[in-house]
Write a protein that binds this ligand. Structure first.
Ligand code: PLP
Length: 392
């Protein structure tokens, strides 16, 4: 714990520390307010009321969508599965003979890529929309992947490796022009950039509590009114018969509070955090001019920095910084641990060597200027040492 208190945490894309207010809001639901919202007694009514308040908070944070369009899930991964499999199965049951084709971004998280692979094994045709060198999937690139039988497009709102924010409104318009539904994995984006599903043409959207200062093990799916989905879990009739299972009341309450706090602070926070991110990049590139800042010239998440540092491996940099109490990541958190080059950087045209030389530094609500000064100096020193030792 001591060590954690002293650590400089710069891995917000992996998970964010919780808002203390969100923790406080959750606590009573573990003890005296323990009711099951599906029941009828007083405790149940209390829990149900709190769940509905959280639903309203999330709906408000999401461009004021109707609260009934929010379905609580167990995580971002589940929301992605529910969107892709749930929609494909709904199309299948309405028109069993209809050929089904879906398009997913080549740089999606495994939660989408693996779901698409699973659907492929069940006879669904899958195409991939390619990103450009900055990690942007352009409307032209999406068009090239579309077919007359495309029923669903899934392209993430913001990428978890390089932080690129996609032109979602344009991509949704292309999808609709082909009669397809548009899903976006907004796990990295929700709570960090404003999102307005109605204005942007988003039909389905996934998010996860722990990426925006809520708890782990809870997420949600937005599904536009009137859109039919088939449940992916068999069981009770919770969440208007779409997601069976007793609701995670403390988690939902904490996530709702986190959504409210993110919305309230987003305008000022995102400017402050982006300034710190730019400071870090400026410090590092002024001392190490051969470092490439990935996706620098396009719209990125405010706290996201992906640096390719020739002559070192990202993993070694992560280990060295960790010894100095600084937490950063080599690739995306969900794939680090495996020593495979990032499929995102490869799709952006980077060589394997460049992929291995990449570090992801992600800032958030609690990041201070002092931490950034310390971390950038430490990064410069460790890279210089590794290069001198020719350790890569
Ligand atoms: N989608 C993206 C873009 C992510 O970054 C992640 C997690 O890193 C997920 C989905 C999975 O979310 P969860 O951990 O809530 O299952």
């Amino acid at each position: 714990m001591d060590n954690q208190e002293r650590q400089i945490y710069l891995d917000y894309a992996a998970t964010a520390p919780m808002w203390p207010e969100a923790v406080d809001a959750m606590l009573p639901f573990f003890t005296e307010r323990f009711g099951n919202p599906s029941g009828v007694c007083k405790a149940a009514q209390d829990a149900r009321k709190s769940v509905e308040t959280a639903r309203q908070m999330i709906a408000k944070a999401l461009g004021d969508v109707p609260p009934e369009t929010i379905y609580f899930t167990g995580c971002g991964t589940e929301s992605d599965n529910m969107a892709l499999t749930g929609y494909v199965n709904a199309v299948r049951s309405a028109e069993p003979e209809k050929p089904i084709h879906i398009v997913v971004g080549q740089i999606e998280h495994p939660a989408v890529l693996e779901t698409a692979q699973s659907l492929k094994k069940q006879g669904v045709a899958v195409s991939y929309a390619k990103p450009d060198a900055d990690g942007v999937i352009t409307p032209e690139s999406l068009k090239a992947a579309m077919r007359p039988d495309t029923v669903l497009v899934s392209i993430m709102y913001a990428n978890n490796v390089v932080g690129t924010v996609q032109p979602v409104k344009e991509l949704a318009a292309v999808s609709h022009a082909y009669g397809a539904v548009f899903h976006t994995d907004a796990v990295q984006a929700f709570g960090h950039v404003p999102i307005d599903p109605a204005a942007e043409g988003i039909d389905l959207l996934s998010a996860s509590g722990h990426k925006f200062g809520g708890p782990k093990g809870v997420g949600f799916l937005y599904a536009r009114e009137g859109l039919k989905l088939t449940p992916i879990l068999n069981g009770g009739g919770q969440e208007r018969h779409l997601r069976a299972g007793t609701l995670n009341v403390p988690g939902i309450v904490g996530m709702g509070e986190a959504a409210r706090l993110c919305t309230a602070s987003m305008e000022t926070s995102s400017v402050r955090i982006a300034e710190l991110r730019d400071l870090l990049e400026q410090r590092v590139t002024s001392k190490l001019p051969d470092v490439t800042v990935n996706a620098k010239s396009v719209r990125r998440l405010p706290g996201h920095s992906s640096l390719t540092i020739p002559g070192v491996t990202g993993e070694n940099v992560v280990l060295m910084l960790n010894l100095r109490g600084i937490c950063v990541a080599a690739g995306s958190a969900c794939t680090s641990g495996e020593t495979k080059p990032s499929h995102v950087l490869l799709a952006m045209g980077r060589s394997e060597k460049e992929c291995y030389a990449t570090v992801r530094i992600t800032l958030g609500e609690r990041t201070t200027r002092e931490e950034i000064e310390t971390a950038s100096q430490a990064l410069i020193e460790e890279v210089t040492k590794l290069r001198r030792m020719n350790l890569g």
